[in-house]
Design a protein around this ligand. Structure first.
Ligand SMILES: NC(=O)c1ccc[n+]([C@@H]2O[C@H](COP(=O)([O-])OP(=O)(O)OC[C@H]3O[C@@H](n4cnc5c(N)ncnc54)[C@H](OP(=O)(O)O)[C@@H]3O)[C@@H](O)[C@H]2O)c1
Length: 339
């Protein structure tokens, strides 16, 4: 093992109009591997989980995380093994994850970069599953669907970006609860996989479909719950097809991240259908985490819940993998395995 610690840093400002960062914005800085001080652990990262919002932090879009200026180390969901510990609660060999610096090695005082306690690998599951289905990705799907969407058995649930990390879990959770499920994704291959592998009742390719007409055909009694990761014209088409008292749960806005001109125009349908629209930030619903993790863990173990990941191999794949999210290169959660 060399003594070099590679870190992904913001090398230059982004000039792009949209959210997808140019490849040149990603740079590598090399420093010696740091030594943990009293109360610290040294983590050797193994997995980075790519997330569209990381780009927003670099672009300085207001949000929950402090912006990442030029020279800062990229921060995002990461997991790895404790290789040295001077912290009473952690031992060498512990496997942990949280929002961490994207580097080979990172120091922690037992918390992530936001001060949130590190999570540990869930016994019986891999680090990747602990980070994804039993981590932020699954919790987003669970909270957004059950706490905000509140589906009843027999309801029709639509999920956008359904072949992405959160969407691919939300699709299955809705099906497991007795709902009719319609996934929206880009391309026929992703749509076929949503139906064939994840049990969606129908899937619509937003890149080619007449969205309003195809949704009307697939949901003749209207859409009771929309789990939305996209916004824009996709959400507009669902609003036209909203069932009376339909609920829209806003998880993300991928359609607008890289196309700033995208707008939602049909909000009047919320008035006409007595509909509600509500966003959520998953970490504000900690009171439901234990229940969510128990149920999703049981479904994973019984094989009723599948985890889709799209894995790039190697530290140097970070820019390509991070940028690919915006062109739909990933199916399932985009990960980069670095060790
Ligand atoms: N509310 C919360 O607490 C919370 C927490 C974390 C993340 N989020 C948000 O949740 C959303 C989903 O995150 P994720 O990690 O599941 O994403 P992801 O797996 O990275 O999903 C990316 C997928 O979105 C689709 N997409 C990209 N650009 C699009 C566009 N312009 N229009 C329509 N679809 C587009 C692409 O699939 P196609 O091939 O189908 O186009 C792409 O593969 C994001 O908006 C993220 O920021 C919310």
């Amino acid at each position: 093992m060399t003594n070099i610690n590679r870190q992904w840093i913001v090398a230059q400002p982004s000039e792009s109009e949209g959210m997808c960062l140019e490849a040149e914005v990603f740079g590598v800085r090399e420093e010696p591997i740091p030594e943990p001080k009293e109360g610290q652990i040294l983590i050797r990262n193994k997995i980075f989980a790519c997330e569209p919002l990381v780009h927003a932090w670099v672009k300085g879009v207001p949000g929950r995380i402090a912006p990442l200026p030029v020279g800062a180390t990229f921060k995002g969901h990461a997991g790895g093994e404790v290789v040295a510990s001077r912290h009473p609660d952690f031992s060498e060999g512990d496997v942990v994850h949280g929002n961490l610096e994207w580097a080979d090695f990172t120091l922690s005082a037992g918390t992530d970069v936001n001060g949130v306690p590190l999570s540990r690998q869930v016994p019986g599951f891999s680090l990747a599953t602990s980070m994804i289905t039993l981590g932020m990705t699954g919790l987003c799907a669970y909270i957004g669907l059950f706490e905000i969407g509140k589906p009843e058995p027999g309801d029709t649930v639509v999920v956008s970006a359904a072949a992405g990390g959160i969407g691919s879990i939300a699709i299955q959770l809705a099906g497991l609860c007795g709902c009719k499920v319609i996934g929206i994704a880009g391309g026929s291959v992703k749509c076929q996989r949503l139906v064939g592998e994840l049990g969606a009742d129908a899937a619509i390719d937003y890149k080619t479909a007449d969205m309003v007409a195809e949704l009307a055909a697939a949901a003749p009694r209207g859409v009771n719950v929309m789990f939305d990761n996209v916004g824009g014209s996709v959400l507009d088409a669902v609003l036209v097809n909203l069932a009376p008292f339909g609920r829209v749960s806003i998880c993300g806005g991928l359609g607008g991240y890289d196309h700033p001109e995208v707008a939602v125009r049909n909000t009047i349908m919320l008035a006409q259908r007595n509909g509600t629209i509500q966003g959520f930030w998953y970490s504000d619903y900690e009171h439901r985490f234990a229940e969510a993790l128990q149920r999703m863990g049981d479904w994973l173990q019984s094989g009723q819940l599948k985890e889709w990941t799209h894995v790039a191999q190697g530290f140097d794949k970070v820019p390509e993998a991070s940028r690919g999210i915006f062109s739909g290169a990933n199916t399932g959660k985009q990960l980069v395995e670095i060790a």
